[in-house]
Design a protein around this ligand. Structure first.
Ligand code: F6R
Length: 718
């Protein structure tokens, strides 16, 4: 009998817990976790494996250096039980319940497909029946981006409590006190096989379970009691999924900091078609067939169901006998309280996570920008004004700020840089730029009178979130600009705007960049809306915004031309990009795209700085792209082009349609002509040829477009 008796005191704390429990101070590694539990519906082992693999494929962008899964083995025969044999054999297995066998764990280095190949060859070798059907089964999976320990099967997840896999854990995040926990567990006789911080978690679970069982007798402690006691010992940020041979067909997920989603699919008796749940409460007494999922990201759930719950910090979600119960863990209370949560309906289409007719996600995401920009602006441009629901109650405070500070990393920083001149112009408030990591390194001053705008596609970037905690601590009004509903950034800021660009899967950010610029341009319009003097300018920009998706469709026609340009650059070592004014950001972002996917050295530079050093690099071989579209800086860029010409530079000039002869007299350089739009929106147009160039260069050079070397999409480590 399990679960009937309450264990008042589980294991005494292993270590004294420091008071540093602030999630914002430590972030996790870039990993994806996924779980699939089918209840009262027969699913073959092969089907279960494929659901797990597919979940990992959807999450692979988060990390792709190793992966692993755990599924159920066949039940042990009575003979094996008598002899105490699990799949690893030995005394440990005999401690498992009679209806349980040690779960099977498969782990592999490399991308998901190498795990898939190795699992199928291993199950073949062990003669495991893939057609065997389970009416209830709980499987867990993980894709990793290594931080603690090299990519290897040993360091991959699921991490295990020991030889019999009594407790298995997949983890996204970082356990900051793992060293002290490890030392304590070693003193209690545990041996460790990996270099990960995660391994302490399943071992701690086993320690807690064994201790409770020894003190209270066989099977007295529930799975959620074990997990909440484990949580009590952990410091850091994490999303965890637990599977245990002691609690077959159950799963537990919990989190602090890292995102974790529960997906629920009720299956009708006839065609197994999805049906709506409205409340997790409805799942508490329910034997209907269903499939339940845990995932780091909605992308891995959308193909199964649209009913989901964004699990909140310190919630412990327990799936048992087809029911979902949620407990709210509290350090101060011995017994966590039970909570009721409503399910949300996902507004995402399956097409968003599929490549469709494209070869790569990056290519698809570049080409869908007319559509993503339309969704970004949908419902927000009304009668010559901008309505941003998430900001309207704070506009007055922002207008009275002493300073607006943009804070972000990488592409998100570049998007803010592109929006900065327009925000300064319309608000009249000084706008400063901060790379999140640099702000933290300097502990730069931030005041109560400041508005800090945090820009992040994922909403989970560690540096940005740490800077957010810092700004919150200093009393600034914190505004979020993110693509990810329910992300930490969305939850921790005072107010903000979702960019609604749709799921971005390619590791290189493309459509999020253009949507971020458009959102920040709309923010500038909303902040400046009280000024009569700029009304005509604002109206012109609002018209320009409405027209923007059409202009983006036009510039995408340069695809073939960019491919030709990429062919001519395929063997070059280095590329410089010069921009200024609105397009300084275009130079930085264009160069970033080329370096991160095409693995070619590339630098974006402020053209005004050319004479202060970079000019020394110019010769006949080094390709230089100059952004010289029509705006207030145009004549200055013409003079830059002349100077580069005079030094026989290998020039490629991006100019507005019809300007080719004025930027490049006598056809002396290669020209990319782009449609002209309002000056402050021109960066949205100008980046697109650069994205196409980076894409084609990568394909031609034979590199991985969607998963560039050493990178992952959510940079959740400092
Ligand atoms: C570049 C890229 C990165 C991210 C940066 C911030 O293509 O994707 O530079 O922009 O890691 O990520 P977010 O926007 O998720 O905070």
């Amino acid at each position: 009998m399990r679960g009937g008796v309450t264990v008042r005191t589980l294991a005494r704390p292993l270590t004294s817990i420091s008071s540093r429990r602030d999630v914002g101070r430590s972030r996790g590694k870039m990993c994806g976790i996924f779980a699939f539990l089918n209840y009262n519906v027969a699913r073959e082992r092969r089907y279960i494996l494929e659901v797990l693999f597919n979940g990992l494929r959807r999450l692979e962008y988060r990390g792709y250096d190793s992966s692993g899964i755990a599924i159920d083995a066949d039940l042990r025969s009575p003979v094996a039980i008598d002899k105490g044999e699990g799949n690893d054999g030995g005394e440990e297995a005999s401690r498992l319940p009679y209806n349980s066998a040690p779960p099977l764990v498969f782990r592999q280095e490399g991308k998901i497909e190498s795990l898939v190949r190795s699992v199928y060859s291993e199950v073949d070798a062990m003669d495991l029946n893939l057609e065997k059907s389970f009416s209830v089964h709980a499987g867990i999976a993980h894709t990793r981006w290594a931080t603690h320990g090299v990519p290897s099967p040993r360091n991959s997840h699921p991490q295990s409590s020991g030889a019999c896999n009594e407790f298995l854990v997949v983890h996204n995040g970082i356990i900051t006190n793992y060293e002290v926990l490890k030392e304590t567990l070693i003193r209690h006789g545990f041996t460790f096989e990996s270099e990960t911080d995660t391994e302490v978690i399943p071992k701690l679970a086993k320690f807690v379970f064994d201790k409770a069982r020894d003190e209270e007798g066989e099977q007295t402690v529930t799975f959620s009691q074990v997990v909440t006691e484990v949580m009590r010992q952990l410091e850091g940020a994490y999303a965890l999924i637990f599977k245990s041979a002691h609690y077959p067909n159950e799963l537990i997920a919990c989190k602090r900091g890292s995102t974790l989603i529960l997906g629920v699919k009720e299956l009708s008796d006839d065609k197994n078609s999805g049906k709506l749940f409205h409340d997790v409460k409805a799942l508490t007494k329910d034997e209907k067939p269903k499939e339940l999922f845990f995932s780091s990201d909605l992308c891995a759930i959308v193909e199964h169901t649209k009913n989901y719950l964004a699990i909140e910090d310190n919630e412990v979600v327990h799936i048992k006998d087809g029911c979902v119960s949620i407990l709210k863990f509290d350090y101060g209370r011995e017994k966590p309280a039970s909570v009721q949560r409503a399910l949300s309906v996902l507004e995402m289409e399956v097409e968003q996570i599929k490549k469709g007719n494209y070869d790569h996600f990056m290519q698809k995401e570049i080409h869908e920008q007319p559509h993503s920009l339309t969704t970004t602006m949908r419902g927000r441009l009304k009668d010559n004004s901008v309505v941003l629901g998430g900001l309207k109650d704070h506009l007055k405070t922002i207008r009275h700020s002493r300073r607006i500070i943009f804070i972000g990393c990488g592409t998100s920083y570049n998007a803010a840089l592109a929006a900065r001149p327009f925000l300064e112009e319309l608000s009249g408030i000084p706008v400063t730029m901060e790379l999140a990591s640099d702000l933290l390194d300097r502990q730069g001053p931030i005041y109560r009178e400041d508005t800090a705008v945090f820009v992040s596609q994922s909403g989970e970037t560690a540096d940005t979130l740490l800077a957010l905690e810092y700004a919150l601590g200093n009393g600034a009004l914190c505004v979020g600009v993110t693509n990810t509903v329910g992300s930490t950034l969305a939850r921790r800021t005072h107010c903000g705007v979702h960019i609604n660009a749709g799921c971005e899967i390619g590791v290189a950010s493309t459509k999020a960049y253009t949507s971020q610029i458009v959102v920040m341009a709309m923010m500038a319009l909303a902040i400046g809306a009280d000024k009569i003097s700029t009304q005509a300018r604002r109206e012109a920009i609002i018209n320009g915004l409405s027209d923007l998706p059409k202009k983006v469709s036009e510039v995408l026609k340069l695809d073939g031309e960019m491919r030709d340009l990429a062919k001519s650059l395929i063997d070059t070592q280095s590329l410089l990009v010069f921009g200024r004014g609105y397009n300084y950001a275009t130079a930085l972002e264009g160069a970033l795209k080329v370096k991160e996917v095409a693995l070619m050295h590339s630098e974006g530079m402020l053209a005004g700085e050319m004479k202060h050093g970079p000019l020394a690099l110019v010769d006949e071989t080094l390709p230089i792209i100059v952004i010289a579209t029509h705006d207030a800086c145009f004549s200055k860029q013409q003079s830059v082009i002349q100077q580069l010409h005079a030094r026989k530079g290998r020039l490629i000039v991006m100019c507005s349609e019809g300007d080719a002869t004025s930027v490049c007299p006598m056809g002396s350089c290669r020209v990319i002509e782009v449609p002209q739009v309002a000056d402050c929106l021109q960066p949205v147009i100008n980046i697109i040829p650069m994205q196409l160039l980076a894409y084609h260069l990568t394909v031609l050079r034979g590199y991985d477009v969607d998963q560039p070397r050493n990178l992952a999409k959510s940079v959740t480590t400092e």
